[in-house]
Design a protein around this ligand. Structure first.
Ligand SMILES: C[S@@+](CC[C@H](N)C(=O)[O-])C[C@H]1O[C@@H](n2cnc3c(N)ncnc32)[C@H](O)[C@@H]1O
Length: 478
């Protein structure tokens, strides 16, 4: 019987609750074929691992693709007897040496890693089960023995398969995208990045397309990892669905995927418009979070705080900053001849919105189309605070470090970078509107902290610099 028909037939017979507890969503043939084709041509004998093999669709695709290139021996783990009946038929049809293991893959793999044969597979192909692992469960304790801290069966399967691969071994897996960020998957990301190179990431553009027949609603990616390989570029591809009709791929430096020095080790998957970031220099790849900096919208909404606004500073008030206070690349306060208030009366309510004295960077949220630059930033000096406090109106974004000030050099460097021509070009590319929101500034990439501090020191030492000299300095630094 054709494998897709058998897949649909077996899927319809599976018990619903067991289906979700064992994560039984079988791979359609088109996706299995695509996954098999991602492996480089094997050299020498292949020992393939298919963990959580279901009815063997992935092994069948692998064998069909590579049987003429190599002798293939397969080890397939499957815990469910209903699946195993189909699996035995598939493996028999594939020919070659094969072994079906009925035990729990996690248990067997942890045993093998601790006491047994260790890393010996040359290839692994996986569509692992997806299910949360409870913190006190047997699986969690077993995994801990193998040095794997993870929260889902899918990441556990990938980590174990990776650990069981021989050096140079290749792994292709289809898994949810959730491991790419978030704190729970950080130990898994670290485990993976310490042992393997990411060679290819395929993203299905539409959330429900990889497992259409099963109506699985989650973003799935296909990963190809190489155990211990040398550093190199990462191919990122996308397609809307499992027909791959609109397949496109681009090569990216690894540093665009995992930003150097990012303590969270997030895995970024550039796609669509973000694939073309031509105008930011390659070294500007730090996230704001990795710099220890945050950006927020100014919390004082002036029409709501009307009774507490004051035109001039007076006792019991703190500076309130508007875009009108921008004077070149610094903020000058107070501005008594302007139309905007200058101060905010401290009350129990307004106190929640003020910041402690410190160096900050403010960015205008709105600019007109005619304005020369889209992003307009100014440094807020520490000396501007009154009674150790300062506040920002809602027409500004403010860069801070956990609601405290930055170092003077970092603030100056950050403002200079934000005002640079390269940031302006980049912003125009990805944002059609003239508004600059905090989310846009979070999405932006930044030079390293060291480069920003050095730029800030240079800016402080060159009060009479020309705009051109500043641009040249930025280009040299980044
Ligand atoms: C998402 S399905 C994928 C099946 C197959 N790889 C495919 O692509 O069609 C995961 C399979 O893993 C099996 N499974 C779940 N937990 C397992 C475990 N601890 N050990 C071995 N197999 C397991 C399930 O029964 C299910 O058949």
């Amino acid at each position: 019987m054709h494998l897709d028909l058998r897949r649909l037939e077996i899927s319809s017979r599976l018990d619903r609750s067991q289906r979700s507890s064992l994560g039984q969503f079988l791979t359609p043939t088109s996706v299995a074929d695509f996954m098999a084709g991602l492996f480089p041509q094997p050299v020498g004998a292949v020992h393939l691992l298919d963990a959580g093999a279901g009815i063997g669709s992935l092994t069948a695709a692998f064998v069909a693709r590579w049987v003429r290139s190599a002798a293939i021996e397969t080890t397939a783990y499957e815990i469910d007897p209903v699946m195993r009946a189909g699996l035995a038929d598939t493996l028999a049809a594939c020919g070659g040496a094969s072994r079906v293991v009925e035990t729990d893959f996690i248990e067997d793999a942890v045993n093998a890693l601790q006491f047994g044969t260790g890393a010996h597979y040359t290839h692994a192909i996986l569509n692992p089960p997806y299910k949360k692992i409870n913190s006190a469960s047997r699986h969690r304790l077993l995994l801990r023995q193998a040095g794997i801290e993870t929260v889902n069966l899918y990441s556990a399967f990938v980590a174990l398969a990776l650990a069981l691969l021989a050096p140079g071994g290749q792994l292709v897996a289809i898994i949810p995208r959730s491991f790419c960020n978030g704190p729970y998957y950080r130990p898994f990301r670290e485990f993976l990045l310490a042992r393997a190179r990411i060679r290819h990431i395929h993203l299905f553009a539409s959330r429900d397309q990889a497992f259409r027949d099963d109506a699985v609603l989650q973003e799935n990616v296909i990963l190809r990892l190489e155990r211990d390989g040398a550093a190199g570029p990462v191919t990122v591809s996308t397609s809307t669905d499992d027909r791959f009709a609109d397949y496109v791929e681009h090569a990216h430096d690894f540093e665009r995927i995992v930003f150097p020095g990012d303590p969270e080790a997030f895995i970024h998957i550039p796609s669509g418009a973000a694939m073309a970031d031509p105008d930011l220099p390659a070294s500007c790849c730090a996230t704001l979070a990795s710099l220890g900096v945050a950006v927020s919208t100014g919390p004082v909404v002036d029409f709501r705080a009307k009774p507490d606004l004051r035109d001039a500073p007076e006792p019991g008030c703190v500076p309130l900053l508007y875009p009108a206070h921008f004077s070149g690349a610094e903020v000058a306060w107070p501005k008594l001849d302007g139309r905007k208030p200058n101060a905010l009366r401290l009350t129990d309510e307004t106190r929640k919105a003020v910041f402690p004295a410190g160096w900050y960077v403010a960015v205008r949220r709105f600019s007109s189309k005619e304005e020369k630059r889209r992003v307009v930033a100014a440094v807020v000096p520490e000396s501007l605070a009154v009674d150790g406090l300062v506040s920002f109106e809602n027409h500004l974004n403010v860069f801070h470090a956990a609601r405290r000030g930055l170092s003077a050099d970092l603030a100056r460097g950050l403002a200079a970078y934000l005002n640079s021509a390269c940031v302006d070009r980049y912003f125009r590319l990805f944002s059609g509107h003239t508004q600059v929101n905090a989310t846009d500034l979070r999405r932006l990439r930044y030079p390293s902290r060291e480069a920003l501090v050095e730029l800030g020191q240079w800016v402080a030492a060159q009060p009479d610099r020309s705009a051109d000299a500043l641009e040249r300095r930025i280009e040299a630094l980044v």
